[in-house]
Design a protein around this ligand. Structure first.
Ligand SMILES: Nc1ncnc2c1ncn2[C@@H]1O[C@H](COP(=O)(O)OP(=O)(O)OP(=O)(O)O)[C@@H](O)[C@H]1O
Length: 237
């Protein structure tokens, strides 16, 4: 299943690893057999492309990495901590403090402005707030500007923004407060090729500037060239 695993040598899970999974399996209700996943080992600051056809479990694997799902078997270690053994509340806390997530449908808060959405992680996590610095609103607007959204747009409600603009808001929300890990689930699927490549370059450059590891999920192999590390999912075995 694994096309090419990433980064550090096997068996050296420690603080140099952003992500280390072992023998993960997950079964949704109604499934006869569990989905099994290739092991992932990703060093801090590295960027991994996770690809495979529709239905092979890419979003499920991201759910396991984010701690929103708990594996039937196997372990998820993030930043040296075996978070898959932790209770829900502890995983929620860890997610708020250390993970930026860009969902396929962005999951922005509709009644907030672009800037309000981008600031949210710092309102929910004191460590993200601390890393962003005292002027969280200024930091949010600066991230939005770097992603191509001017001040006027930053003050508009997200429901009035285009898909491409909403995607940039979701990216700013993931980047703010320099989380160690960003998980992105097909956030470029609604964009044309030029915008897709430009957005991805921007996201990876900004993540690299703050040393954030990125797992980027897509079925679109054309995006693979932006990444050093690749893993393919090929379905259940
Ligand atoms: N909430 C759910 N309840 C039950 N089964 C689910 C659920 N979510 C996903 N599945 C099943 O898990 C399998 C993998 O789905 P998943 O969404 O992880 O794949 P994917 O590779 O991300 O697909 P896509 O590229 O279409 O987003 C599929 O068979 C799907 O039907």
């Amino acid at each position: 299943m694994t096309e090419k695993t990433a980064a550090t040598p096997a068996g050296s899970a420690g603080t140099d690893n952003a992500i280390h999974t072992r023998a993960l399996a997950y079964r949704w209700p109604g499934m006869d057999t569990a989905m099994v996943f290739p092991d992932i080992q990703l060093a801090r600051g590295e960027h991994l492309f996770l690809h495979g056809p529709s239905g092979t479990g890419k979003s499920t694997l991201l759910g396991l990495l984010s701690g929103l799902l708990v594996p039937e078997r196997g372990t998820v270690q993030l930043l040296g901590e075996t978070v898959s053994d932790w209770p829900n509340g502890a995983r929620d806390r860890f997610r708020a403090d250390h993970l930026g997530i860009i969902f396929q449908q962005f999951n922005l808060v509709p009644y907030l402005t672009a800037s309000g959405n981008a600031e949210l992680p710092c309102r929910l996590s004191s460590s993200r707030h601390k890393r962003a610095g005292p002027g969280v609103s200024t930091v949010a607007r600066s991230l939005l500007a770097q992603l191509g959204l001017d001040d006027d747009t930053a003050h508009r409600k997200v429901t009035g923004l285009s898909i491409g603009q909403q995607q940039r808001v979701a990216a700013a929300r993931a980047l703010i407060g320099a989380p160690e890990i960003i998980l992105a689930d097909e956030p470029t699927s609604a964009l044309d090729t030029d915008n897709r490549d430009r957005f991805l370059e921007l996201l990876l450059t900004m993540a690299a500037e703050q040393g954030t590891s990125v797992v980027f999920v897509s079925h679109d192999q054309a995006l693979a060239r932006h990444f050093h590390d690749h893993i393919a999912l090929e379905g259940r075995s």
